[in-house]
Design a binder for this molecule. Structure first.
Ligand code: AHQ
Length: 245
């Protein structure tokens, strides 16, 4: 018998499995409440209020996230139970690491770094990466390594929300941060096609492989965890690179 006032978890509330439409809405609700487009650092960025040092600190720290994404995806790949599923996922690694004739996203991010006035060396040596970013990103990689693969796939569904954010960011940077060399925007441009393609695949897998109310709850919780991973990085960056530092 539950004690008085002990809240019944969402999972106990969910007796019936959600339809694909309802499940998709529950996942999107997570983004509506917790996605990092609403973080004060992004709000200030979109107002043109960030200093050169803050932009540089953000780019230098996001490098640690970007370089970890293919490691995370390789962890998921190693947990996928079939050739068909691996064929669905392997392209993400190449999108970031590149391959013959394709530089990849990490290279494009280094170009963004140079476009905001950083050197490749200081980015790659992670001189400006702060503990909170490292901890959050490492937690994401470990989540992908240790959780059931479908939960790790669900955690990537923050990309349902990223195209709007990235498009807005690119336009804001062009208009309000004219000192940033536009050669740095290649990364964002590529994500505008890669992210929707990836989130379509991930959503298809989550909708078809989450077959019980518990599976669906775990997917929602995985997406909430990933929103926290993104949010807390900006907390750490905002604290480490305050305005007028
Ligand atoms: O540039 C981003 C990226 O390559 C990825 C991979 C994906 C994942 O597998 O978790 N998430 C992600 C994201 C990227 N950019 C972030 C941004 O704000 O520029 C957003 C982030 C995401 O929404 O998960």
């Amino acid at each position: 018998m539950r004690g008085k006032g002990v809240s019944v978890s969402e999972e106990e509330h969910q007796k019936e499995i959600w339809s694909p439409v309802e499940f998709t809405e529950r996942l999107k609700d997570v983004g509506r409440s917790y996605y990092h487009d609403k973080h004060p650092f992004h709000i200030k960025m979109h107002e043109g209020a960030l200093s050169r040092e803050q932009i540089q600190g953000w780019v230098a720290n996001r490098y640690y996230y970007q370089k970890s994404v293919p490691i995370k995806d390789a962890a998921i790949l190693s947990n996928l139970p079939s050739r068909e599923l691996r064929r669905e996922w392997i392209g993400r690694i190449i999108d970031h690491d590149g391959t013959r004739g394709q530089d990849g996203g990490i290279e494009a991010w280094l170009k963004l770094g140079e476009a905001v006035g950083l050197t490749r060396e200081e980015i790659v040596q992670e001189e400006r990466v702060v503990p909170g970013v490292r901890f959050a990103v490492d937690a994401y990689v470990n989540f992908a390594r240790t959780k059931p693969w479908i939960e790790a796939v669900a955690s990537s569904l923050t990309e349902l929300f990223s195209p709007d954010l990235i498009f807005k960011r690119m336009k804001v940077m062009e208009r309000l941060y004219p000192w940033i060399d536009s050669t740095g925007f290649e990364y964002f441009q590529n994500r505008l096609t890669q992210a929707p393609r990836d989130s379509t695949t991930a959503l298809k897998l989550v909708l078809s492989y989450c077959q019980t109310p518990r599976d669906q709850q775990k997917a929602v919780e995985a997406l909430r965890f990933k929103c926290d991973v993104l949010w807390v990085q900006l907390d750490a960056i905002e604290k480490a690179f305050p305005l007028n530092a």
